[in-house]
Write a protein that binds this ligand. Structure first.
Ligand SMILES: [Zn+2]
Length: 68
C-alpha cells in the first residue's frame, strides 16, 4: 500500500485524524467502514486497525459462503 503525503486526513466520515495508510476504497467499505473516496480511502491509525479487523471478518464470511 502506498505512502501518503503528510497532512492527509482520514477518509472515514466524522473522523479528523491524520491518515497513515491509503487503502482501496472498495476494500475499506467491505470492511464495514463508512469512508468516502473515488479510488482510495485514507485511514488513520485507529481506523486502519478497524479495517484490518473488519477485513479479517469479511474474508471469513467469504470463506463460509464458498464452503457452503
Ligand atoms: Zn479515522
Amino acid at each position: 500500500m502506498g505512502k501518503i503525503s503528510k497532512g492527509t486526513k482520514c477518509s472515514v466520515n466524522g473522523c479528523d485524524e491524520d491518515a497513515v495508510r491509503s487503502i482501496d476504497i472498495g476494500k475499506v467499505k467491505e470492511a464495514g467502514l463508512d469512508a468516502e473516496g473515488a479510488k482510495r480511502a485514507y485511514l488513520c491509525k485507529a481506523h486502519y486497525k478497524d479495517y484490518k479487523k473488519g477485513s479479517k471478518k469479511s474474508s471469513q464470511i467469504e470463506r463460509w459462503r464458498h464452503s457452503g
